[in-house]
Write a protein that binds this ligand. Structure first.
Ligand SMILES: Cc1cc2nc3c(=O)[nH]c(=O)nc-3n(C[C@H](O)[C@H](O)[C@H](O)COP(=O)(O)OP(=O)(O)OC[C@H]3O[C@@H](n4cnc5c(N)ncnc54)[C@H](O)[C@@H]3O)c2cc1C
Length: 367
């Protein structure tokens, strides 16, 4: 169990800026995101698209903004030299349960079994947890663990790449699947699959013309195979390690547009059919909501449950705009409200990062 002042749910742009603001005010925090990478919508939905309305930043891409926010929050998310990761940034896990403790505070639990005990919670969950759209695979037992060679995300930290030198089937016909196929076909020798098959239900893609053309060229050159059809059944290999050990997919039988079944042997299946936000357990935490958004007061961004605040796209109030700039403002006021609540005896006066020695110490600025 990890004890902390604040747990931030969501490492999107607003959650990352929330970590920075809390750290600046001397509050400890842990941040959790279901995605394997920080950055929320900026990284998951529009990594390469330009953003023009961040004050003082004429233009930057979604991925660049997320990287800068992570760098800015780094004093409060320090990297462990042994792992190259921050012990305070918990990725690839969804916060499933939140309960109020008898002593003031909250207990939170994630899908990885991590438990947090926090004095306050900031929900920066955007439109909900981004979970990958699933490829329906008839024949996959519902009560068994998911196959070990079924993937939905690209490895974030680079090698080792599970499918290097093996046959990888990429499922999907949109931008995400096509870009993945293009990138993997050009990957370095130590990360590239030995064979790539693109599996889609029909011979028509939903992608920018340039991407469509590039992938079709790979197919024509024989560097990528195209398998058309809808999965009808799967073959699994079971491990000797017991019934709770994940099986491995060995083949998928698909029914093609010609109504002929075809068996596709594989070593790894990577489903790239996009992400969809799921509000999930958030809706059951007894928070006041309007149209799937949490209502807050605009002085503190607190909810009606004392100690729980909500910032960014997840909240609503009169005049709310789902803009990055507005989320950053909300995170700033929420941090100040939490300082007043959690450290009532500390001076609450505003300090500037330009001139405050205390803030410089917290930021690790050397004079
Ligand atoms: C195509 C597009 C273009 C845009 N362009 C602009 C623009 O030019 N300017 C602008 O100001 N805004 C723009 N926006 C809006 C902007 O991206 C959002 O306002 C911003 O991303 C909101 O940030 P957030 O941190 O609140 O939420 P998000 O970015 O949605 O991040 C929330 C994070 O919380 C995680 N999460 C949710 N629930 C849980 C849970 N239970 N457990 C663990 N993790 C959880 C999610 O996985 C996600 O990573 C654009 C949006 C889109 C889709």
């Amino acid at each position: 169990m990890i004890e902390t002042d604040v747990v931030v749910i969501g490492a999107g742009p607003v959650g990352l800026f929330q970590v920075f603001q809390l750290g600046l005010l001397g509050l400890s925090c842990e941040v959790v995101d279901v995605l394997p990478e920080a950055g929320g919508q900026c990284v998951a939905l529009y990594p390469d698209k330009p953003i023009y309305d961040i004050p003082g930043v004429p233009v930057c891409s979604g991925r660049e903004l997320a990287a800068q926010l992570l760098t800015q929050a780094r004093p409060f998310l320090p990297l462990d030299p042994a792992t190259g990761r921050s012990a305070h940034l918990h990725l690839g896990q969804q916060v499933m349960a939140l309960s109020q403790d008898a002593t003031p505070g909250f207990t939170l639990q994630t899908t990885s079994g991590q438990v947090f005990k926090a004095r306050a919670v900031v929900i920066a969950a955007g439109a909900g947890a981004f979970v990958p759209k699933a490829l329906p695979l008839p024949g996959l037992p519902a009560d068994a663990p998911p196959p070990a060679n079924l993937h939905h995300h690209l490895p974030v930290d680079g090698p080792p790449v599970p499918w290097a030198g093996q046959h990888l089937v990429v499922a999907g016909g949109g931008e995400e699947a096509l870009q993945t196929v293009l990138d993997l076909s050009q990957a370095s020798d130590d990360t590239r699959p030995s064979r790539i098959t693109l599996l889609h239900r029909r011979d028509q893609f939903q992608a920018e013309p340039a991407l469509d053309t590039a992938v079709r060229a790979l197919i024509t050159q024989g560097r990528v195979e195209l398998a058309l059809g809808v999965p009808q059944n799967v073959e699994l290999a079971w491990s000797d390690a017991g019934v709770n050990a994940p099986p491995a997919l060995t083949s998928i039988t698909v029914l093609g547009p010609d109504s002929q079944p075809r068996t596709l042997p594989l070593e790894h299946l990577l489903v790239r059919m996009g992400l969809s936000p799921k509000l999930g357990p958030l809706a059951d935490w007894g928070l006041p909501m309007e149209r799937k958004q949490i209502t807050v007061d605009t002085a503190t961004y607190g909810t009606s449950l004392q100690g729980i605040h909500a910032v960014g796209d997840i909240n609503t109030y009169p005049g709310k705009k789902r803009l990055l700039l507005c989320g950053f403002h909300e995170a700033t006021l929420a941090a100040h409200a939490l300082l007043a609540r959690l450290r009532p005896d500390e001076p609450q006066h505003l300090q500037y990062t330009t001139t405050s020695t205390l803030l410089h110490q917290r930021l690790g600025v050397k004079h």
